[in-house]
Design a binder for this molecule. Structure first.
Ligand code: NAG
Ligand code: NAG
Ligand code: NAG
Ligand code: NAG
Ligand code: NAG
Ligand code: NAG
Ligand code: NAG
Ligand code: NAG
Ligand code: NAG
Ligand code: NAG
Length: 410
Protein backbone atom coordinates (compact mmCIF):
# COMPACT_ATOMS: atom_id res chain seq x y z
CA UNK A 1 0.00 0.00 0.00
CA UNK A 2 2.77 2.43 0.96
CA UNK A 3 4.76 1.26 -2.00
CA UNK A 4 2.01 2.02 -4.49
CA UNK A 5 1.22 5.38 -2.89
CA UNK A 6 4.80 6.55 -3.30
CA UNK A 7 4.83 5.42 -6.93
CA UNK A 8 1.64 7.35 -7.44
CA UNK A 9 3.12 10.56 -6.03
CA UNK A 10 6.30 10.15 -8.06
CA UNK A 11 4.26 9.66 -11.21
CA UNK A 12 2.07 12.68 -10.50
CA UNK A 13 5.15 14.82 -9.93
CA UNK A 14 6.89 13.69 -13.11
CA UNK A 15 3.70 14.14 -15.14
CA UNK A 16 3.32 17.76 -14.13
CA UNK A 17 7.01 18.49 -14.76
CA UNK A 18 6.63 16.95 -18.20
CA UNK A 19 3.50 18.98 -18.89
CA UNK A 20 5.36 22.17 -18.05
CA UNK A 21 7.95 21.39 -20.73
CA UNK A 22 5.61 20.37 -23.55
CA UNK A 23 4.39 23.36 -25.45
CA UNK A 24 1.53 22.91 -27.88
CA UNK A 25 3.85 23.55 -30.82
CA UNK A 26 5.79 20.40 -29.89
CA UNK A 27 2.66 18.23 -30.36
CA UNK A 28 2.65 16.73 -33.87
CA UNK A 29 -0.31 17.87 -35.98
CA UNK A 30 -1.76 21.35 -36.02
CA UNK A 31 -2.99 21.51 -32.42
CA UNK A 32 -4.67 24.66 -31.31
CA UNK A 33 -4.04 23.43 -27.77
CA UNK A 34 -6.65 22.99 -25.07
CA UNK A 35 -9.40 25.59 -24.66
CA UNK A 36 -9.96 27.63 -21.49
CA UNK A 37 -11.61 24.57 -19.91
CA UNK A 38 -8.60 22.36 -20.63
CA UNK A 39 -10.42 20.51 -23.45
CA UNK A 40 -9.11 19.61 -26.92
CA UNK A 41 -11.52 19.83 -29.86
CA UNK A 42 -11.72 17.55 -32.89
CA UNK A 43 -14.48 17.42 -35.49
CA UNK A 44 -15.82 15.87 -38.68
CA UNK A 45 -18.84 16.60 -40.85
CA UNK A 46 -21.87 16.81 -38.52
CA UNK A 47 -19.92 15.89 -35.36
CA UNK A 48 -17.63 17.68 -32.90
CA UNK A 49 -16.06 16.42 -29.70
CA UNK A 50 -13.88 17.49 -26.79
CA UNK A 51 -11.28 15.27 -25.14
CA UNK A 52 -9.17 15.69 -22.02
CA UNK A 53 -5.93 14.04 -20.83
CA UNK A 54 -7.66 12.67 -17.69
CA UNK A 55 -8.39 9.05 -18.62
CA UNK A 56 -7.97 9.97 -22.32
CA UNK A 57 -11.67 10.77 -21.91
CA UNK A 58 -14.29 12.16 -24.22
CA UNK A 59 -15.90 15.04 -22.33
CA UNK A 60 -18.39 16.38 -24.90
CA UNK A 61 -19.91 14.96 -28.07
CA UNK A 62 -22.01 17.35 -30.13
CA UNK A 63 -24.47 16.36 -32.86
CA UNK A 64 -27.45 18.19 -34.27
CA UNK A 65 -30.78 16.52 -33.63
CA UNK A 66 -33.68 16.20 -36.04
CA UNK A 67 -34.81 19.75 -35.29
CA UNK A 68 -31.31 21.15 -35.92
CA UNK A 69 -30.65 21.73 -32.24
CA UNK A 70 -27.12 20.89 -31.11
CA UNK A 71 -27.01 18.22 -28.39
CA UNK A 72 -24.10 17.14 -26.18
CA UNK A 73 -24.79 13.43 -25.76
CA UNK A 74 -22.13 12.19 -23.33
CA UNK A 75 -21.78 12.55 -19.57
CA UNK A 76 -18.90 14.60 -18.20
CA UNK A 77 -17.81 17.78 -16.45
CA UNK A 78 -17.48 21.38 -17.58
CA UNK A 79 -13.71 21.54 -17.27
CA UNK A 80 -10.71 19.19 -17.31
CA UNK A 81 -9.50 20.03 -13.81
CA UNK A 82 -12.77 19.00 -12.15
CA UNK A 83 -12.32 15.35 -13.20
CA UNK A 84 -9.53 15.01 -10.61
CA UNK A 85 -11.61 16.76 -7.96
CA UNK A 86 -14.89 14.84 -8.23
CA UNK A 87 -14.94 11.83 -5.90
CA UNK A 88 -17.91 9.98 -7.41
CA UNK A 89 -15.73 9.15 -10.43
CA UNK A 90 -18.49 7.71 -12.63
CA UNK A 91 -15.94 6.68 -15.29
CA UNK A 92 -17.27 9.34 -17.66
CA UNK A 93 -15.99 8.60 -21.17
CA UNK A 94 -12.56 7.32 -20.18
CA UNK A 95 -10.29 4.39 -20.93
CA UNK A 96 -10.13 2.15 -17.86
CA UNK A 97 -7.08 -0.06 -17.52
CA UNK A 98 -4.97 -1.91 -17.54
CA UNK A 99 -7.81 -4.43 -17.19
CA UNK A 100 -11.29 -3.03 -17.80
CA UNK A 101 -14.40 -4.26 -16.01
CA UNK A 102 -14.11 -6.59 -13.02
CA UNK A 103 -11.42 -8.94 -11.74
CA UNK A 104 -13.07 -11.17 -9.20
CA UNK A 105 -11.29 -11.53 -5.84
CA UNK A 106 -8.69 -8.98 -7.07
CA UNK A 107 -6.41 -11.85 -8.01
CA UNK A 108 -5.34 -13.91 -10.99
CA UNK A 109 -2.76 -16.55 -11.84
CA UNK A 110 -0.23 -16.30 -14.70
CA UNK A 111 2.30 -19.09 -15.31
CA UNK A 112 1.54 -20.57 -11.89
CA UNK A 113 2.18 -17.33 -10.04
CA UNK A 114 -0.67 -15.64 -8.14
CA UNK A 115 -0.93 -11.86 -8.40
CA UNK A 116 -2.94 -9.84 -5.90
CA UNK A 117 -3.95 -6.45 -7.23
CA UNK A 118 -5.54 -3.56 -5.37
CA UNK A 119 -9.29 -3.96 -4.77
CA UNK A 120 -11.74 -1.07 -5.08
CA UNK A 121 -15.21 -2.62 -5.11
CA UNK A 122 -17.58 -4.55 -2.85
CA UNK A 123 -16.19 -3.86 0.63
CA UNK A 124 -16.77 -6.54 3.25
CA UNK A 125 -16.00 -6.70 6.97
CA UNK A 126 -12.23 -7.11 7.13
CA UNK A 127 -11.80 -5.83 3.54
CA UNK A 128 -12.78 -2.14 3.76
CA UNK A 129 -11.36 -1.38 0.29
CA UNK A 130 -13.33 -4.19 -1.30
CA UNK A 131 -12.81 -7.74 -2.48
CA UNK A 132 -12.96 -7.16 -6.26
CA UNK A 133 -11.16 -4.86 -8.70
CA UNK A 134 -13.20 -2.67 -11.07
CA UNK A 135 -11.69 -0.91 -14.11
CA UNK A 136 -8.04 -1.38 -13.12
CA UNK A 137 -8.31 -0.46 -9.45
CA UNK A 138 -8.32 2.68 -7.30
CA UNK A 139 -5.74 4.38 -9.53
CA UNK A 140 -6.74 2.77 -12.83
CA UNK A 141 -5.91 4.35 -16.15
CA UNK A 142 -8.97 6.58 -16.13
CA UNK A 143 -7.81 8.24 -12.87
CA UNK A 144 -4.59 9.47 -14.49
CA UNK A 145 -3.71 12.22 -16.94
CA UNK A 146 -2.51 10.78 -20.23
CA UNK A 147 -0.08 12.64 -22.49
CA UNK A 148 -1.37 14.23 -25.69
CA UNK A 149 1.11 12.99 -28.32
CA UNK A 150 -0.65 14.24 -31.49
CA UNK A 151 -3.60 16.47 -32.33
CA UNK A 152 -5.09 17.48 -35.68
CA UNK A 153 -8.44 19.10 -36.38
CA UNK A 154 -10.04 15.65 -36.78
CA UNK A 155 -7.95 13.38 -34.53
CA UNK A 156 -6.20 13.20 -31.18
CA UNK A 157 -3.76 10.62 -29.80
CA UNK A 158 -3.00 10.01 -26.13
CA UNK A 159 -0.36 7.79 -24.56
CA UNK A 160 0.22 6.33 -21.12
CA UNK A 161 3.07 4.35 -19.58
CA UNK A 162 1.86 2.12 -16.74
CA UNK A 163 4.89 1.09 -14.63
CA UNK A 164 5.77 -2.43 -13.47
CA UNK A 165 4.06 -3.24 -10.17
CA UNK A 166 1.57 -0.37 -10.28
CA UNK A 167 -1.46 -1.54 -8.28
CA UNK A 168 0.06 -5.02 -8.19
CA UNK A 169 0.04 -5.70 -11.94
CA UNK A 170 3.18 -7.34 -13.36
CA UNK A 171 5.33 -5.55 -15.94
CA UNK A 172 5.23 -2.22 -17.75
CA UNK A 173 2.50 -1.52 -20.30
CA UNK A 174 2.70 1.25 -22.91
CA UNK A 175 -0.57 2.30 -24.52
CA UNK A 176 -1.71 4.60 -27.32
CA UNK A 177 -5.31 5.64 -27.97
CA UNK A 178 -6.34 7.51 -31.13
CA UNK A 179 -9.77 9.03 -31.66
CA UNK A 180 -10.89 10.33 -35.06
CA UNK A 181 -14.03 12.09 -36.20
CA UNK A 182 -15.42 11.27 -39.64
CA UNK A 183 -18.78 11.90 -41.25
CA UNK A 184 -20.97 11.75 -38.10
CA UNK A 185 -18.65 8.95 -37.03
CA UNK A 186 -16.40 8.55 -34.00
CA UNK A 187 -13.60 6.00 -34.45
CA UNK A 188 -11.58 4.54 -31.56
CA UNK A 189 -8.24 2.79 -31.97
CA UNK A 190 -6.45 1.49 -28.90
CA UNK A 191 -3.16 -0.41 -28.75
CA UNK A 192 -1.10 -1.60 -25.80
CA UNK A 193 2.20 -3.40 -25.58
CA UNK A 194 3.51 -5.30 -22.55
CA UNK A 195 7.19 -4.37 -22.59
CA UNK A 196 8.71 -6.36 -19.74
CA UNK A 197 6.49 -9.14 -18.34
CA UNK A 198 3.38 -11.16 -19.15
CA UNK A 199 0.30 -9.31 -17.91
CA UNK A 200 -3.46 -9.15 -18.45
CA UNK A 201 -4.81 -6.29 -20.60
CA UNK A 202 -8.37 -5.36 -21.55
CA UNK A 203 -9.38 -1.91 -22.67
CA UNK A 204 -12.75 -0.44 -23.31
CA UNK A 205 -13.97 2.95 -24.34
CA UNK A 206 -16.71 3.86 -21.90
CA UNK A 207 -19.32 6.13 -23.33
CA UNK A 208 -22.07 7.39 -21.11
CA UNK A 209 -25.00 8.67 -23.12
CA UNK A 210 -26.51 11.48 -21.15
CA UNK A 211 -30.17 12.16 -20.41
CA UNK A 212 -30.32 14.94 -22.99
CA UNK A 213 -31.17 12.30 -25.52
CA UNK A 214 -33.47 10.22 -23.32
CA UNK A 215 -31.76 7.02 -24.43
CA UNK A 216 -33.83 4.26 -25.92
CA UNK A 217 -33.11 0.73 -26.92
CA UNK A 218 -30.05 -1.03 -28.20
CA UNK A 219 -30.86 -3.69 -30.71
CA UNK A 220 -28.81 -5.73 -33.09
CA UNK A 221 -29.40 -7.26 -36.40
CA UNK A 222 -30.66 -10.81 -36.12
CA UNK A 223 -27.47 -12.20 -37.70
CA UNK A 224 -25.78 -12.27 -34.31
CA UNK A 225 -27.12 -14.63 -31.68
CA UNK A 226 -25.75 -13.28 -28.43
CA UNK A 227 -25.56 -15.04 -25.14
CA UNK A 228 -25.48 -13.05 -21.98
CA UNK A 229 -22.83 -13.50 -19.32
CA UNK A 230 -24.74 -11.70 -16.64
CA UNK A 231 -22.86 -9.50 -14.25
CA UNK A 232 -23.86 -11.65 -11.37
CA UNK A 233 -27.46 -11.68 -10.35
CA UNK A 234 -26.62 -14.60 -8.08
CA UNK A 235 -24.11 -13.14 -5.64
CA UNK A 236 -24.45 -10.10 -3.42
CA UNK A 237 -21.63 -8.35 -5.25
CA UNK A 238 -21.72 -7.34 -8.88
CA UNK A 239 -18.66 -9.40 -9.76
CA UNK A 240 -18.97 -11.87 -12.60
CA UNK A 241 -19.97 -15.37 -11.60
CA UNK A 242 -18.51 -17.04 -14.66
CA UNK A 243 -21.96 -18.28 -15.66
CA UNK A 244 -22.74 -17.93 -19.34
CA UNK A 245 -26.47 -17.84 -19.82
CA UNK A 246 -28.36 -18.23 -23.06
CA UNK A 247 -30.03 -15.00 -24.05
CA UNK A 248 -33.48 -16.52 -24.49
CA UNK A 249 -35.80 -14.67 -26.87
CA UNK A 250 -37.93 -12.10 -25.00
CA UNK A 251 -36.21 -12.86 -21.69
CA UNK A 252 -35.21 -10.13 -19.26
CA UNK A 253 -31.86 -9.24 -20.85
CA UNK A 254 -32.87 -9.80 -24.48
CA UNK A 255 -32.67 -6.69 -26.64
CA UNK A 256 -31.74 -8.67 -29.71
CA UNK A 257 -34.80 -10.53 -30.95
CA UNK A 258 -36.69 -7.26 -30.95
CA UNK A 259 -35.69 -3.73 -29.92
CA UNK A 260 -36.75 -2.78 -26.40
CA UNK A 261 -36.70 0.47 -24.48
CA UNK A 262 -34.07 0.28 -21.74
CA UNK A 263 -36.46 1.78 -19.22
CA UNK A 264 -39.34 -0.49 -20.20
CA UNK A 265 -40.88 -2.50 -17.45
CA UNK A 266 -38.55 -1.38 -14.65
CA UNK A 267 -41.39 -2.40 -12.33
CA UNK A 268 -40.82 -6.01 -13.37
CA UNK A 269 -39.63 -7.57 -10.08
CA UNK A 270 -37.18 -9.77 -12.00
CA UNK A 271 -35.16 -6.65 -12.90
CA UNK A 272 -34.35 -6.05 -9.22
CA UNK A 273 -30.93 -7.60 -8.61
CA UNK A 274 -30.26 -7.99 -12.34
CA UNK A 275 -27.35 -5.51 -12.08
CA UNK A 276 -26.04 -6.42 -8.62
CA UNK A 277 -27.50 -6.39 -5.13
CA UNK A 278 -30.54 -4.14 -4.79
CA UNK A 279 -29.93 -2.75 -8.28
CA UNK A 280 -32.76 -2.50 -10.77
CA UNK A 281 -31.93 -2.59 -14.46
CA UNK A 282 -28.99 -3.80 -16.54
CA UNK A 283 -25.25 -4.27 -16.06
CA UNK A 284 -25.11 -7.05 -18.58
CA UNK A 285 -22.24 -8.35 -20.67
CA UNK A 286 -23.32 -9.70 -24.07
CA UNK A 287 -21.06 -12.03 -26.03
CA UNK A 288 -21.30 -11.21 -29.70
CA UNK A 289 -20.90 -14.81 -30.94
CA UNK A 290 -19.70 -13.95 -34.43
CA UNK A 291 -18.13 -16.73 -36.41
CA UNK A 292 -14.64 -15.86 -37.68
CA UNK A 293 -13.67 -14.57 -40.11
CA UNK A 294 -16.07 -11.65 -40.02
CA UNK A 295 -15.79 -8.01 -41.03
CA UNK A 296 -16.34 -6.05 -37.85
CA UNK A 297 -17.34 -2.95 -39.82
CA UNK A 298 -20.17 -4.76 -41.59
CA UNK A 299 -22.68 -5.48 -38.85
CA UNK A 300 -23.22 -3.41 -35.70
CA UNK A 301 -23.21 -5.14 -32.31
CA UNK A 302 -25.82 -2.70 -31.02
CA UNK A 303 -27.97 0.28 -31.87
CA UNK A 304 -29.09 2.95 -29.40
CA UNK A 305 -31.81 5.36 -30.48
CA UNK A 306 -33.66 8.25 -28.91
CA UNK A 307 -37.09 8.94 -30.33
CA UNK A 308 -37.04 12.29 -28.50
CA UNK A 309 -33.98 13.72 -30.31
CA UNK A 310 -33.95 11.37 -33.30
CA UNK A 311 -30.24 10.71 -32.70
CA UNK A 312 -29.26 7.10 -33.17
CA UNK A 313 -25.90 5.35 -32.99
CA UNK A 314 -24.75 2.04 -34.41
CA UNK A 315 -21.84 0.47 -32.54
CA UNK A 316 -19.29 -1.46 -34.60
CA UNK A 317 -16.33 -3.21 -32.97
CA UNK A 318 -13.74 -5.93 -33.37
CA UNK A 319 -14.33 -6.93 -29.73
CA UNK A 320 -16.18 -10.08 -28.66
CA UNK A 321 -18.26 -8.59 -25.85
CA UNK A 322 -20.50 -5.57 -25.33
CA UNK A 323 -21.64 -4.41 -21.91
CA UNK A 324 -24.68 -2.27 -21.17
CA UNK A 325 -25.23 -0.54 -17.83
CA UNK A 326 -28.38 1.46 -17.17
CA UNK A 327 -27.01 3.79 -14.45
CA UNK A 328 -28.84 2.27 -11.47
CA UNK A 329 -25.97 3.58 -9.31
CA UNK A 330 -26.78 7.23 -10.03
CA UNK A 331 -28.70 8.98 -7.25
CA UNK A 332 -29.62 12.28 -8.86
CA UNK A 333 -26.69 14.25 -7.41
CA UNK A 334 -24.51 14.34 -10.56
CA UNK A 335 -24.82 17.70 -12.33
CA UNK A 336 -25.33 18.03 -16.08
CA UNK A 337 -22.74 20.05 -18.00
CA UNK A 338 -23.75 23.57 -18.95
CA UNK A 339 -23.89 22.33 -22.57
CA UNK A 340 -26.66 19.88 -21.66
CA UNK A 341 -30.22 19.62 -20.56
CA UNK A 342 -33.16 21.91 -20.96
CA UNK A 343 -32.87 25.33 -19.37
CA UNK A 344 -36.58 25.37 -18.56
CA UNK A 345 -36.60 24.53 -14.89
CA UNK A 346 -36.17 20.79 -15.41
CA UNK A 347 -33.67 19.52 -12.78
CA UNK A 348 -30.13 19.88 -14.15
CA UNK A 349 -28.86 16.56 -12.85
CA UNK A 350 -28.60 12.99 -14.11
CA UNK A 351 -31.44 11.11 -12.45
CA UNK A 352 -31.17 7.48 -11.42
CA UNK A 353 -31.46 5.41 -14.64
CA UNK A 354 -30.98 8.70 -16.53
CA UNK A 355 -28.04 7.51 -18.61
CA UNK A 356 -26.76 4.40 -20.32
CA UNK A 357 -23.19 3.14 -20.49
CA UNK A 358 -21.87 1.17 -23.45
CA UNK A 359 -18.57 -0.74 -23.33
CA UNK A 360 -16.97 -2.69 -26.16
CA UNK A 361 -14.47 -5.13 -24.67
CA UNK A 362 -13.39 -8.74 -24.34
CA UNK A 363 -15.12 -11.34 -22.13
CA UNK A 364 -15.16 -9.86 -18.64
CA UNK A 365 -12.96 -11.55 -15.99
CA UNK A 366 -11.69 -13.94 -18.70
CA UNK A 367 -8.35 -13.88 -16.88
CA UNK A 368 -9.97 -16.01 -14.14
CA UNK A 369 -11.83 -18.36 -16.50
CA UNK A 370 -9.15 -20.30 -18.43
CA UNK A 371 -11.82 -22.66 -19.78
CA UNK A 372 -13.16 -19.77 -21.90
CA UNK A 373 -9.92 -19.77 -23.90
CA UNK A 374 -9.49 -15.97 -23.82
CA UNK A 375 -5.74 -16.04 -23.00
CA UNK A 376 -4.59 -14.89 -26.43
CA UNK A 377 -7.03 -11.94 -26.25
CA UNK A 378 -6.26 -10.95 -22.65
CA UNK A 379 -2.74 -11.98 -21.65
CA UNK A 380 0.25 -10.30 -23.32
CA UNK A 381 4.02 -10.45 -23.02
CA UNK A 382 6.87 -8.63 -24.76
CA UNK A 383 7.07 -11.19 -27.58
CA UNK A 384 3.35 -11.20 -28.35
CA UNK A 385 1.32 -9.30 -30.87
CA UNK A 386 0.06 -6.03 -29.40
CA UNK A 387 -3.28 -5.70 -27.69
CA UNK A 388 -5.66 -3.96 -30.16
CA UNK A 389 -9.21 -2.61 -29.78
CA UNK A 390 -11.09 -0.95 -32.63
CA UNK A 391 -14.58 0.50 -32.65
CA UNK A 392 -16.70 2.90 -34.66
CA UNK A 393 -19.72 4.76 -33.35
CA UNK A 394 -21.75 5.67 -36.43
CA UNK A 395 -24.40 8.29 -35.77
CA UNK A 396 -27.44 9.09 -37.88
CA UNK A 397 -30.76 10.81 -37.55
CA UNK A 398 -33.95 8.80 -37.41
CA UNK A 399 -37.06 10.91 -37.36
CA UNK A 400 -39.36 8.06 -36.34
CA UNK A 401 -41.19 9.99 -33.66
CA UNK A 402 -42.94 7.31 -31.71
CA UNK A 403 -40.82 5.49 -29.14
CA UNK A 404 -41.09 1.79 -28.52
CA UNK A 405 -43.53 2.32 -25.68
CA UNK A 406 -45.84 4.39 -27.85
CA UNK A 407 -46.70 8.08 -28.03
CA UNK A 408 -44.52 10.29 -25.84
CA UNK A 409 -41.98 7.59 -24.95
CA UNK A 410 -38.24 7.39 -25.44
C1 NAG B 1 -25.36 22.20 -36.04
O1 NAG B 1 -25.92 23.08 -36.98
C2 NAG B 1 -25.34 24.39 -36.95
C3 NAG B 1 -26.15 25.27 -37.91
O2 NAG B 1 -26.18 24.67 -39.18
C4 NAG B 1 -23.88 24.30 -37.32
O3 NAG B 1 -23.28 25.58 -37.23
C5 NAG B 1 -23.19 23.36 -36.34
O4 NAG B 1 -21.83 23.17 -36.72
C6 NAG B 1 -23.88 22.01 -36.32
N1 NAG B 1 -23.29 21.18 -35.25
C7 NAG B 1 -22.56 20.09 -35.51
C8 NAG B 1 -22.03 19.35 -34.33
O5 NAG B 1 -22.35 19.68 -36.63
C1 NAG C 1 -15.35 23.19 -13.37
O1 NAG C 1 -16.45 22.31 -13.53
C2 NAG C 1 -17.12 22.00 -12.32
C3 NAG C 1 -18.14 20.93 -12.59
O2 NAG C 1 -18.67 20.95 -13.88
C4 NAG C 1 -17.72 23.28 -11.74
O3 NAG C 1 -18.35 22.98 -10.52
C5 NAG C 1 -16.59 24.29 -11.51
O4 NAG C 1 -17.15 25.51 -11.08
C6 NAG C 1 -15.81 24.52 -12.78
N1 NAG C 1 -14.65 25.34 -12.48
C7 NAG C 1 -14.25 26.33 -13.27
C8 NAG C 1 -13.02 27.06 -12.83
O5 NAG C 1 -14.86 26.62 -14.28
C1 NAG D 1 -4.78 16.38 -14.49
O1 NAG D 1 -4.61 17.61 -15.14
C2 NAG D 1 -5.44 18.65 -14.63
C3 NAG D 1 -5.24 19.87 -15.51
O2 NAG D 1 -6.03 19.78 -16.62
C4 NAG D 1 -5.08 18.93 -13.19
O3 NAG D 1 -5.94 19.91 -12.66
C5 NAG D 1 -5.23 17.65 -12.39
O4 NAG D 1 -4.80 17.85 -11.08
C6 NAG D 1 -4.44 16.51 -13.00
N1 NAG D 1 -4.82 15.28 -12.34
C7 NAG D 1 -3.96 14.30 -12.05
C8 NAG D 1 -4.53 13.09 -11.39
O5 NAG D 1 -2.78 14.37 -12.34
C1 NAG E 1 -8.92 -14.83 -3.30
O1 NAG E 1 -7.71 -14.13 -3.05
C2 NAG E 1 -7.06 -14.58 -1.87
C3 NAG E 1 -5.88 -13.65 -1.64
O2 NAG E 1 -4.97 -13.77 -2.65
C4 NAG E 1 -6.64 -16.04 -2.04
O3 NAG E 1 -6.02 -16.49 -0.86
C5 NAG E 1 -7.86 -16.87 -2.35
O4 NAG E 1 -7.47 -18.18 -2.65
C6 NAG E 1 -8.63 -16.30 -3.50
N1 NAG E 1 -9.89 -17.02 -3.62
C7 NAG E 1 -10.32 -17.49 -4.77
C8 NAG E 1 -11.64 -18.18 -4.74
O5 NAG E 1 -9.69 -17.36 -5.83
C1 NAG F 1 -5.00 20.09 -39.53
O1 NAG F 1 -4.43 18.91 -40.07
C2 NAG F 1 -5.37 18.04 -40.66
C3 NAG F 1 -4.65 16.76 -41.03
O2 NAG F 1 -3.50 17.04 -41.75
C4 NAG F 1 -6.00 18.74 -41.86
O3 NAG F 1 -6.97 17.89 -42.44
C5 NAG F 1 -6.68 20.00 -41.37
O4 NAG F 1 -7.20 20.73 -42.45
C6 NAG F 1 -5.71 20.90 -40.59
N1 NAG F 1 -6.50 21.95 -39.96
C7 NAG F 1 -6.09 23.20 -39.87
C8 NAG F 1 -7.00 24.15 -39.17
O5 NAG F 1 -5.04 23.58 -40.36
C1 NAG G 1 -21.97 12.02 -45.00
O1 NAG G 1 -22.70 10.81 -45.18
C2 NAG G 1 -23.97 11.02 -45.75
C3 NAG G 1 -24.67 9.67 -45.79
O2 NAG G 1 -24.78 9.13 -44.53
C4 NAG G 1 -23.84 11.64 -47.11
O3 NAG G 1 -25.13 11.91 -47.61
C5 NAG G 1 -23.05 12.93 -47.02
O4 NAG G 1 -22.80 13.44 -48.32
C6 NAG G 1 -21.71 12.69 -46.32
N1 NAG G 1 -21.06 13.99 -46.11
C7 NAG G 1 -19.76 14.18 -46.35
C8 NAG G 1 -19.25 15.55 -46.10
O5 NAG G 1 -19.03 13.29 -46.73
C1 NAG H 1 -43.05 -6.87 -17.94
O1 NAG H 1 -42.97 -7.60 -16.73
C2 NAG H 1 -44.03 -8.52 -16.52
C3 NAG H 1 -43.83 -9.15 -15.16
O2 NAG H 1 -43.91 -8.18 -14.18
C4 NAG H 1 -44.03 -9.55 -17.63
O3 NAG H 1 -45.14 -10.40 -17.49
C5 NAG H 1 -44.08 -8.85 -18.98
O4 NAG H 1 -43.92 -9.80 -20.01
C6 NAG H 1 -42.98 -7.83 -19.11
N1 NAG H 1 -43.14 -7.09 -20.35
C7 NAG H 1 -42.08 -6.77 -21.13
C8 NAG H 1 -42.39 -5.96 -22.35
O5 NAG H 1 -40.95 -7.13 -20.86
C1 NAG I 1 -32.59 -1.19 -1.50
O1 NAG I 1 -33.07 -0.03 -2.16
C2 NAG I 1 -34.24 0.50 -1.61
C3 NAG I 1 -34.78 1.58 -2.52
O2 NAG I 1 -33.76 2.46 -2.93
C4 NAG I 1 -33.91 0.98 -0.21
O3 NAG I 1 -35.09 1.50 0.40
C5 NAG I 1 -33.39 -0.18 0.63
O4 NAG I 1 -32.96 0.28 1.89
C6 NAG I 1 -32.22 -0.84 -0.05
N1 NAG I 1 -31.85 -2.04 0.65
C7 NAG I 1 -30.59 -2.37 0.91
C8 NAG I 1 -30.39 -3.68 1.62
O5 NAG I 1 -29.64 -1.67 0.58
C1 NAG J 1 -25.32 10.40 -3.92
O1 NAG J 1 -24.11 9.67 -4.05
C2 NAG J 1 -22.95 10.44 -3.74
C3 NAG J 1 -21.75 9.57 -4.06
O2 NAG J 1 -21.84 8.33 -3.50
C4 NAG J 1 -23.02 10.88 -2.29
O3 NAG J 1 -21.87 11.67 -2.01
C5 NAG J 1 -24.27 11.69 -2.06
O4 NAG J 1 -24.39 12.01 -0.70
C6 NAG J 1 -25.49 10.91 -2.50
N1 NAG J 1 -26.65 11.79 -2.44
C7 NAG J 1 -27.84 11.39 -2.03
C8 NAG J 1 -28.94 12.41 -2.09
O5 NAG J 1 -28.04 10.25 -1.64
C1 NAG K 1 -35.57 4.27 -37.21
O1 NAG K 1 -36.12 3.79 -35.98
C2 NAG K 1 -37.17 2.87 -36.14
C3 NAG K 1 -37.74 2.57 -34.75
O2 NAG K 1 -36.77 1.99 -33.93
C4 NAG K 1 -36.66 1.64 -36.84
O3 NAG K 1 -37.71 0.74 -37.05
C5 NAG K 1 -36.03 2.02 -38.19
O4 NAG K 1 -35.43 0.89 -38.77
C6 NAG K 1 -34.99 3.10 -38.03
N1 NAG K 1 -34.62 3.59 -39.35
C7 NAG K 1 -33.36 3.64 -39.78
C8 NAG K 1 -33.16 4.15 -41.14
O5 NAG K 1 -32.40 3.30 -39.10
Amino acid sequence: MHFSTSILLALAASTSTLAAHISRSSIPGNSTGPDANGKYTISGPGIRANFIPYGASISNLFLNDTSGCERDVVGGFDNASYYSVDRQHPHFGGVPGRYANRIKNSSFVIDGETYNILPNENPEPGSPNGVDTLHGGPDGWDWRNWTVVAHTSSSITFSLVDPDGMEGFPGEVVSYVTYTMGNRTWDLRMVAVATTKVTPIIHTGISTASPTTKPAPPSTTPSTSPTAANASPQTPSSSPTGDIQANQPLSLNDFYSTPKQIGANFSNPDLLGNCGANCTGYDTCYLTNRIEPYGWKEVPVARLRSAWSGIQVDVFTDQDAFQVYSCGGQNGSMALKNTQGLHDGTPRTIPQYGCVVMEVEDWIDGINQPEWGRQSKQVFGPGDEPYVLQASYVFSLNATEVGLLGEGSG
